[in-house]
Design a protein around this ligand. Structure first.
Ligand code: HEM
Length: 480
């Protein structure tokens, strides 16, 4: 009781946006449900560089802003703060992704190592899938053709990413594709439902009220024959059998042991990877398309850069690295259109003291106000303006050998991929894929909004941003 009282006193010291009384905070919680973005912007402005808290139905979130506090979180160790516990609760990972994935996320190490290492060798496959996917989903027509942006991009990104993860022909299978796209939505919906139940009933709620078990069955149908074949080859010829594919299933089997080698466990890891990769990358590329259509004056310089680099060295993972304007355009698009107002959610495993003396008691959740930081004049000049080549100009003034301003670099004021020990390990692939997608679009298409319309408003679900899925972008074969 004493410890709970001390924790309450520490929490009370952190200012609240909205009412903070035991009962009135529920009114704030309802406001936060619909308007958490506004509350985060308000708190950031009011308590600059400090912490504030916003209420939720079940708990407070302590929101921190300013580079110093981000740095404090970046440096914190895994026994002080936990990414898994915070995110695990938001998506009810134990009951949606499965206990195995939640408690033993060894596949994350694979994304950081084998997957990222494979990008040079596997780039031709990824590029081939981009070309084929575009020719099927957005054929280059002489006249303008209207394309529903987000759902179409989702299909292209899903098959392109899965060309790397599981290869041909599965990456093109329509049922496998829709299953992976839907899985993320099922998990988010399931998490909302499961969160309404007390802990003891959560496992039952997960099984009875959600579509997750059905998705696992559906994924197993596709993956079982592939996994069984791989296991058979391994049994016959040993670990390094000839023509062993260089893909995620191989990388998993290279390190998996005992129960990690079951069909169910391996299937869950494929679903978990798609969960992390598909919606994030698809939303990012949809925002890029919207920005391309809204600010078309960037297109000539982008084309010039892509063509010049390809002429010199062809299109490879390494040559994409030289396309700085392309990188900058995508980075700017995510600065203004990233997928939420909060990032770097962490659960405190012990009382945590920030450099400014703010104490967040054990068991509470902290997140970084990344949206206001991306819109802060102290971090970015003319912050509301979309300047596609902002980061390319900053890179021009960098000392050779430093690349602080390229998109994959983590920053204390650019938090699209988080920061610290749990920063997105998939960002090298994500940026590589986004650049290859954008290069393909500027080389082959003209892009515009219908009726010369401007950039559409995004949709917000609490602090999460989604590009409007009903918006179309027009494409035609490149003329100029
Ligand atoms: C534009 C696309 C993407 C965005 C914006 C994005 C963003 C993020 C963010 C914000 C985090 C949490 C970081 C933190 O809290 O510090 C994260 C984690 C993660 N991301 Fe990404 N991501 C993207 C694409 C991908 C892709 C393509 C993959 C896989 C190939 C991936 C795999 C992961 C994994 C496994 C984690 C968990 C890391 C951990 O637990 O340590 N992401 N991502």
């Amino acid at each position: 009781i004493y410890k709970a009282c001390v924790a309450r006193i520490e929490l009370d010291k952190i200012p609240t946006v909205g009412p903070s009384g035991i009962l009135t905070s529920y009114i704030g919680a309802f406001r936060a449900f619909w308007h958490s973005r506004e509350m985060i912007l308000e708190g950031y402005d009011k308590y600059r560089g400090g912490a504030f808290k916003i209420p939720g139905l079940f708990r407070w979130t302590v929101v921190v802003g300013g580079k110093q506090m981000v740095d404090d979180l970046r440096k914190a160790k895994d026994d002080q703060i936990s990414f898994m516990e915070a995110v695990g609760e938001s998506i009810q990972a134990e009951h949606t992704m499965g206990r195995e994935v939640h408690h033993d996320p060894y596949h994350i190490g694979i994304v950081r190592s084998a997957l990222t290492r494979s990008l040079v060798e596997r780039f031709p496959d990824v590029q081939d899938e981009i070309v084929t996917a575009f020719s099927e989903h957005i054929p280059a027509t002489e006249e303008w053709t209207s394309v529903l942006a987000l759902p179409t991009v989702m299909k292209i990104v899903c098959r392109t990413s899965n060309r790397l993860f599981v290869g041909l022909p599965l990456c093109r299978n329509p049922d496998y594709r829709s299953l992976n796209i839907e899985f993320t939505i099922y998990v988010m919906k399931a998490a909302h439902i499961i969160n309404l139940f007390p802990n003891i009933l959560k496992p039952i709620a997960g099984r009875v009220f959600t579509s997750v078990p059905a998705s696992i069955k559906r994924a197993t149908r596709h993956l079982r024959p592939i996994i069984e074949e791989r296991l058979l080859q391994e049994e016959k010829h040993g670990k390094d059998w000839p023509e062993k594919p260089n893909d995620y299933i191989t990388w998993l089997l290279d390190v998996a042991e005992g129960p990690q080698r079951t069909i169910r466990d391996l299937t869950l890891r494929v679903l978990a990877l798609n969960f992390a990769a598909i919606h994030t990358t698809s939303m990012a590329f949809t925002q890029v398309l919207f920005d391309l259509a809204a600010y078309p004056y960037h297109v000539p310089a982008l084309r010039e850069e892509v063509e010049a680099v390809i002429k010199e060295e062809g299109l490879t993972k390494m040559s994409l690295h030289k396309m700085r304007k392309l990188d900058s355009f995508i980075k700017e698009s995510q600065r203004l259109g990233g997928n939420g107002a909060l990032s770097m959610e962490r659960r405190m495993l012990q009382d945590f003291t920030f450099s400014d003396g703010t104490v967040v008691p054990k068991g509470h959740t902290v997140a970084v106000a990344n949206l206001p930081m991306h819109l802060d004049e102290e971090n970015y000049s003319d912050p509301d303006k979309f300047d596609g080549f902002r980061f390319a100009h900053l890179r021009d003034s960098e000392v050779e050998g430093f690349s602080k301003h390229q998109m994959v670099s983590l920053g204390l004021d650019y938090i699209v991929f988080g920061n610290g020990r749990h920063a997105c390990p998939g960002r090298f692939f994500a940026v590589n894929e986004l650049k290859a997608l954008l290069a393909h679009v500027v080389l082959n298409y003209d892009v515009a909004f219908e009726n010369n319309g401007g950039r559409p408003a995004d949709r917000w679900y609490g602090h999460i941003r989604v590009p409007d899925p009903t918006v179309s972008v027009m494409f035609r074969k490149r003329r100029s």
